[in-house]
Design a protein around this ligand. Structure first.
Ligand SMILES: CC(C)(COP(=O)(O)OP(=O)(O)OC[C@H]1O[C@@H](n2cnc3c(N)ncnc32)[C@H](O)[C@@H]1OP(=O)(O)O)[C@@H](O)C(=O)NCCC(=O)NCCS
Length: 162
């Protein structure tokens, strides 16, 4: 199946809402139940330093990655990444394609030096993907977030371009 990576458009809001409402995507991120279409539309409103990529397969939006460059002038070499793939498309290379597009953009077009993210410490699929992309663990945030009634730890990871 051909996977296309493109920038998200305003019309993708409903598909993104539905992707992040899936049990795996919700529990791997900071999304809440009962997501709102209006909030997703606002998230897609263009803003400085924000790039939202989506992966599409045969017209279906199957994955998303957002890259936000830090606005502070002394941290303009840094961006934060968040991502998710549809539950029924996990483990099929979509996350790797999105991450490759994001690191190419960061390294070769935006001139960024440091990419940051947080990941739940027990999210083995995400950890495998991030390590493969060159991220390393920099620390552990205990009781980072509430997930289905339980406080869970997260790891801070970053990737430095030489
Ligand atoms: C984490 C996530 C983005 C990974 O995307 P994906 O499309 O499933 O990942 P890929 O298929 O590209 O696999 C990437 C690597 O991870 C490995 N991997 C995938 N699932 C795995 C698992 N359950 N356990 C261990 N490794 C796994 C793959 O083998 C692959 O490595 P390889 O290329 O060396 O074989 C996706 O599973 C997801 O969206 N999960 C729910 C939301 C979430 O956790 N988002 C991340 C928030 S930090």
């Amino acid at each position: 199946m051909q996977i296309e990576i493109r920038r998200a458009e305003q019309e993708d809001a409903a598909a993104l809402r539905d992707l992040y409402a899936m049990p795996g995507a919700q529990s791997g991120t900071l999304q809440l139940p009962f997501p709102s279409l209006v909030i997703w539309e606002q998230r897609l409103t263009p803003r400085e330093g924000h790039t939202v990529l989506v992966a599409e397969a045969d017209g279906l939006l199957v994955g998303n990655l957002s890259l936000q460059v830090e606005p502070n002038p002394r941290r303009r070499h840094v961006a934060h990444i968040g991502m998710a793939v549809r539950d029924d498309w996990a483990g099929r290379g979509v996350g790797s394609r999105l991450m490759a597009a994001a690191t190419d953009l960061a390294d070769n077009w935006l001139g960024l030096r440091r990419l940051e993210l947080t990941v739940y410490a027990d999210n083995l699929a995400a950890l495998a993907l991030y390590r493969k992309a060159g991220f390393v663990e920099e620390g552990r945030a205990r009781a980072f977030a509430l997930r289905n009634g339980e406080l869970v730890d997260a790891l801070y990871m970053a990737r430095l371009r030489d």
